[in-house]
Design a protein around this ligand. Structure first.
Ligand SMILES: [Ca+2]
Ligand SMILES: [Ca+2]
Length: 331
């Protein structure tokens, strides 16, 4: 057996013993062991910082990458870290789909080619991540700063989740454990909803202002060209509705809204003629228009569909063309 291979096996055994001891303590629900207890050599020395990155304002359904940063590390031969997160808000996305279980992505420090990943397991039900890495002889010990690993989270609900260090041990080439400064991370997830946008026109008019378009409890009013945008819409599949006095309401179902995205809704034109807004264009609407026929300003503004300040043949033609119409009309 070569010296190098002996060393490697020895290291694996040592790491296995460390992991086994600490794992037993951990699963027994005991408090995280003090560094002195966790370090088999009983030797500790000043170390650097372990920092979990944070992210704010991440939209629900989006992904975010968080690094485990090791800073100003004086001597690293092996490292083991356990993190916790809120699985109702975050889910680790698998970095190795071809491998059983869920893995995170090895970083650059230490160079992963100079050693081996002893443990790499994320649990999306328990909300835990366990990662351990050791250098292998003849690699020199790692000194410096960099990302140990990166975690790609998908945000599944609004709220804030800590990405907390439950335990971290860094062992130097001399078997001494580093006295580390630890800084937890967090992910703040927001749900701003989606937006819908489009154009609704009113038959016979040049100014399309004032059409009320609503979806999922949110609404907006069209501008002069009929354009509208509704924001803050709860993600999901909804029905959209456009309403204007003296016009027949129009509805459209199946509008899919995604968080953080804008859905383009097809254009539509509302039909004129429902003077009394009872969802039916019939003789009562016609009579109202007739009674105000040829008045300017209109004796009944409701019947001046095209808003040209006179009730005349143009309004009558609109009503007659839509006679017997009911709402909602197809979008
Ligand atoms: Ca009517
Ligand atoms: Ca008119």
């Amino acid at each position: 057996m070569t010296k190098q291979r002996k060393l490697a096996l020895c290291l694996i055994a040592a790491v296995a013993v460390i992991l086994g001891l600490q794992g037993a303590l951990w699963t027994a629900g005991a408090a995280a062991p003090a560094l002195e207890q966790a370090c088999p050599s009983g030797c500790t020395k000043p170390g650097g910082t372990v920092l979990i990155e944070s992210a704010a304002d991440v939209e629900v359904n989006n992904e975010v990458m968080i690094a485990i940063q090791l800073l100003s590390i004086p001597d690293l031969y092996g490292v083991e870290i356990q993190l916790s997160f809120d699985p109702t808000i975050l889910q680790v996305q698998d970095d190795k789909p071809g491998t059983v279980g869920t893995q995170i992505r090895p970083g650059e420090f230490p160079n992963p080619e100079h050693g081996f990943v002893v443990q790499n397991a994320a649990d999306n039900e328990a909300g835990t991540i366990a990662y351990a890495f050791s250098l292998l002889s003849p690699s020199p010990t790692a000194i410096g700063s960099g990302a140990l690993a990166r975690i790609r989270f998908k945000v599944i609900a609004a709220g804030s989740s800590a990405v907390a260090i439950e335990r971290v041990v860094i062992v130097g080439a001399d078997q001494c454990c580093l006295e580390l400064t630890e800084q937890d991370g967090s992910v703040a997830a927001v749900m701003t909803g989606g937006a819908v946008t489009g154009i609704v026109r009113a038959q016979g008019r040049t100014d399309m202002s004032g059409i009320v378009v609503s979806i999922a409890g949110q609404q907006a009013t069209t501008g002069p060209n009929g354009a509208y945008t509704i924001t803050g819409v709860t993600p999901g599949t909804h029905s959209i509705s456009a309403v204007l006095a003296s016009y027949v309401r129009s509805d459209k179902g199946g509008i899919v809204v995604n968080n953080g995205e804008t859905t383009q809704v097809p254009e539509t034109t509302l039909l004129a003629g429902d003077v009394d807004n009872n969802c039916l264009i019939n003789v009562f609407d016609l009579v109202t228009l007739g009674a105000a026929f040829c008045t300017s300003p209109p004796a009944d503004a409701r019947a001046d569909f095209n808003q040209d300040n006179v009730i005349n043949i143009f309004d009558l033609v609109l009503l007659a063309g839509n006679y017997n119409g009911t709402c909602p009309t197809p979008w």
